[in-house]
Every structure is written in C-alpha cells, then in structure tokens.
Design a protein around this ligand. Structure first.
Ligand code: CMP
Length: 143
C-alpha cells in the first residue's frame, strides 16, 4: 500500500472543483486518509517547491500557491503515486490528455488545479511538511 500527497491549488478552490477532483480519486477506488482547507505561507511554499528554486517560473508559482486557500490531502492505494499522476495529467497543457483532470479542466502550466507527488521520496517529504503523523487516519475501506 502506497501513500501520496495531493493538493487542490487555489484555482481549483476558486472554480469549485474540489468535489470533482475528490470524486475522480474516489471513483478510482483510492482512500483519503487526511484532508484540510488551509492557506500556504510563503515559507511553506518555498519548502514545498524547493526543487524548483531558481527556475524562471518559481516566483510565479510561490505567488500563486499562496494567493488563496488550497485543499491538502493524503491518499492511500496500490501504486497510487503513478496512478494518481495518470489521473491528474501532464503539467504541460498541450500534453495533458482529455480524460485527465488537467486535460479536462486546465489550460495553463502554472494554474493547473492540482499538485500530486511525483515519487515515493517526494510523497514522504510532502506528507511530512503538511501533516503530522496523528492527522493520518487509519480505517478500513472495504467497498
Ligand atoms: P506541480 O505538480 O505542483 O509541481 C511543480 C509546479 O511547477 C507544477 O505543478 C506547475 O504548476 C509549475 N510548473 C512546472 N513547470 C512549469 C513551467 N514550465 N511553467 C510554469 N509553471 C510550471
């Protein structure tokens, strides 16, 4: 069983897409084990996106992610990191296939609705900066 960190970005909140995004994960059979609506501070944004520091889009990304509330989540499921990235779709809008969240709802590389961890190491790191271990719930999901 694998865990990933997903975050509906400020544009997803503004456009009322939290429910649709969660539905796609639920429809796939994944289990949410933590979720919260929150503001991301500039400090937290810079820690989250530290691998992109120095890139041309970094400042825009930090400004965007701190511009309004996000919905941060932890999800669980077999091979969930790769499978949820398939559901999310590519960052580049011209490569995000119809049927994916970004392919269906986003048309911009920065304002792209949702973040999903890209590796086990990123998932562990991102879960740890947004949630405490006690906030990750343990419960059965049998159907
Ligand atoms: P995300 O999945 O949150 O991870 C890093 C983010 O950086 C990415 O989504 C985009 O929002 C942003 N990003 C990555 N590449 C570019 C780019 N070429 N131009 C603008 N923003 C980008």
């Amino acid at each position: 069983m694998e865990r990933t960190f997903l975050m509906v970005k400020p544009d997803g909140i503004q456009r009322g897409l939290i429910g649709k995004i969660i539905s796609r994960m639920e429809d796939k059979g994944f289990k949410m084990i933590a979720g919260k609506l929150m503001f991301v501070s500039e400090e937290l944004a810079k820690v989250h996106y530290q691998e992109h520091e120095g890139k041309p889009f970094f400042e825009k990304l930090v400004n965007f992610i701190t511009s309004g509330p996000v919905f941060a989540m932890v999800w669980e499921g077999d091979d969930i990191i790769a499978l949820s990235r398939n559901l999310i779709g590519k960052t580049n809008p011209s490569e995000a296939m119809p049927g994916t969240i970004r392919g269906d709802f986003a048309s911009h590389a920065t304002f792209n609705l949702i973040h999903g961890s890209d590796s086990k190491a990123s998932a562990d790191r991102e879960i740890g900066i947004y949630f405490t271990p006690e906030q990750l719930l343990s419960y059965d999901k049998s159907i």
